[in-house]
Design a protein around this ligand. Structure first.
Ligand code: SF4
Ligand code: SF4
Length: 107
């Protein structure tokens, strides 16, 4: 996923920051195991933030808007009948957010 600054400008304002930290610097978003995915769209229909989209060519779902994913949310994993969705290690992401806090202190 791109972490270039221009990514941020393309995001809807509500997705641009998490607790004041530029959202694209926080590595939290789902991954889909393409081998397991059967393209049922359960995850896509479940997520209210349009993180997922359907690929008409492969007939599988992919992560179209990773920075829309709510930090620490993992709800859609329960919607997947194939256990094809995974997330990063929460402790590692928490540690990263702590580091970022030094550069982006709370307002
Ligand atoms: S974890 Fe939550 S916000 Fe992220 S893709 Fe799944 S349902 Fe959407
Ligand atoms: S719910 Fe699981 S199997 Fe269904 S489209 Fe999403 S990732 Fe693929």
């Amino acid at each position: 996923m791109s972490t270039q600054p221009e990514v941020l400008a393309e995001l809807d304002e509500k997705y641009q920051r998490y607790l004041g930290i530029p959202r694209h610097l926080i590595p939290w978003y789902p991954g889909i195991d393409e081998e397991l995915c059967i393209g049922c769209k359960e995850c896509m229909n479940f997520c209210q933030d349009e993180v997922y989209a359907f690929n008409e060519e492969t007939h599988k779902v992919y992560v179209a808007n990773p920075w829309h994913c709510q930090v620490y949310c993992q709800s859609c994993t329960h919607a997947c009948p194939r256990d094809a969705i995974s997330f990063p290690d929460r402790r590692e992401v928490k540690a990263r957010i702590r580091e970022l806090r030094e550069h982006y202190p709370p307002a």
